[in-house]
Design a protein around this ligand. Structure first.
Ligand code: PMP
Length: 387
């Protein structure tokens, strides 16, 4: 890792933690297929099951409820199928409801035909209203699958998942939550969330790219998307990515430190946002009034275009994102900010700073220094002088 650079893009991919690196190196020294019966295979199986135990402990569910997949995109696509089994009975979902601020892997609707997918609007803070969901479900004949993310990747806004789950269950439906950004940053116990399915990704919590997981509530069985071998108890065919899974497990085994770490990071983020108010132009922090993850700050400064700012940051050794980095690096208007009713000109300047386990205050000081320069060169004169 090139530590001369300042990495402030943990929501795109967190820097791998030392525990993940050590586990990956150990696996490279003794690789094997978790389905093989020889010693190498047995070691791979042991590492996979240890990781399953560690994730189950964090999600507070039995290890058998966890299925490893390649990442959250696959996990979300697997969950969003119109047929599930619940308590051995076939359930056919009439409709799929997804919030307007979901990751593209959910917004695309998975295996549901497009005419059976409905988008749930959000308010100015990016939140889904349980009352509105109640009304929409009331108009739907038959059970619905509802997918609302635990926390947003662009703004960090945390949804009222437990309240939404109550509404969904009252209408005989099922709730999925994409907890990719929440894992490690807030509690994500399945039962507390009230979700029937939760999806997560290793590389957002300081693991290594290539592993993710689905956890299901008691009685819920989701059909395999990948068919072939009998891996993952026939729930996901294909050789498990044991190195990435072991690294994920090693990270999750340190979960007793997550709350303290999240509090430290929140203090840094709050300090950063206070410093933003000292920049001589009016900044807007998106979702600031809502319950938000403590590591994320998505903001805009009038006159500053995100692409210009990102190039300047990159040249100065700092990695940040504009809005979402999930669409092949292209700088397009953020569908999240659009759904929140943010005006296009302001949204075009959205810069997302996301902090993580290795972030220091000195790094944020340097970020602010470069931001001041960018602002001096781009902000409207009058506003620059106004402070
Ligand atoms: N959901 C959310 C909220 C995300 O932020 C991401 C990654 N940007 C994904 C899903 C997709 O995860 P993966 O990269 O593991 O496919």
């Amino acid at each position: 890792m090139n530590r001369d650079r300042i990495y402030l893009d943990y929501n795109a991919s967190a820097l791998p933690r030392p525990a993940a690196r050590a586990a990956m190196m150990a696996w490279l020294d003794c690789p094997g297929n978790a389905s093989s019966v020889h010693a190498e295979g047995r070691v791979a199986r042991k590492k996979t099951e240890a990781a399953r135990d560690a994730l189950a402990a964090v999600l507070d569910c039995p290890p058998q409820a966890v299925t490893f997949v390649s990442g959250a995109t696959e996990a979300n696509n697997t969950v969003l199928q119109p047929h599930w089994k619940v308590n051995e009975e076939d359930v056919v979902f009439e409709r799929l409801f997804v919030s307007a601020v979901e990751h593209p892997s959910v917004l695309s609707g998975g295996r549901f035909p497009a005419d059976r997918v409905e988008i749930l609007p959000v308010d100015g803070d990016g939140l889904v209203d349980p009352v509105l969901l109640d009304a929409r479900l009331g108009e739907t004949g038959g059970p619905a699958l509802v997918s609302v993310m635990t926390a947003n990747n662009e703004t960090g806004t945390v949804q009222p998942i437990a309240a939404l789950a109550d509404v969904v269950h009252r209408h005989g439906g099922r709730l999925h939550t994409d907890a990719v950004q929440a894992l490690g940053r807030m509690p994500v116990a399945l039962e507390t969330l009230g979700a029937d399915a939760v999806t997560v990704s290793a590389h957002k919590v300081g693991g290594i790219q290539g592993a993710g997981a689905i956890a299901t509530a008691s009685g819920v069985a989701i059909p395999a998307l990948m068919r072939g071998g009998g891996q993952e108890a026939f729930r996901r065919a294909g050789t498990e990515a044991v190195g990435a899974i072991a690294a994920f497990g090693a990270v999750l085994e340190t979960s007793d430190t997550f709350a303290e770490e999240a509090a430290r990071i929140r203090r840094l983020r709050d300090w950063l946002e206070t410093e933003l108010t000292h920049i001589p132009t009016q900044s807007t922090v998106f979702g600031q009034k809502a319950n938000r993850l403590g590591n994320t700050s998505c903001f805009a400064l009038p006159g500053v275009r995100a692409e210009t700012a990102m190039i300047a940051f990159d040249l100065n050794g700092i990695a940040v994102s504009s809005g979402s980095a999930c669409s092949s690096g292209k700088v397009a208007a953020s569908h999240v900010l659009k759904a929140m009713g943010v005006d296009d000109a302001l949204a075009a300047g959205a810069i997302r700073v996301s902090l993580g386990w290795a972030t220091t205050q000195d790094e944020l000081v340097e970020f602010l220094r470069v931001l001041q320069t960018v602002c001096k060169n781009s902000c409207p004169q009058g506003q620059n002088e106004a402070a």
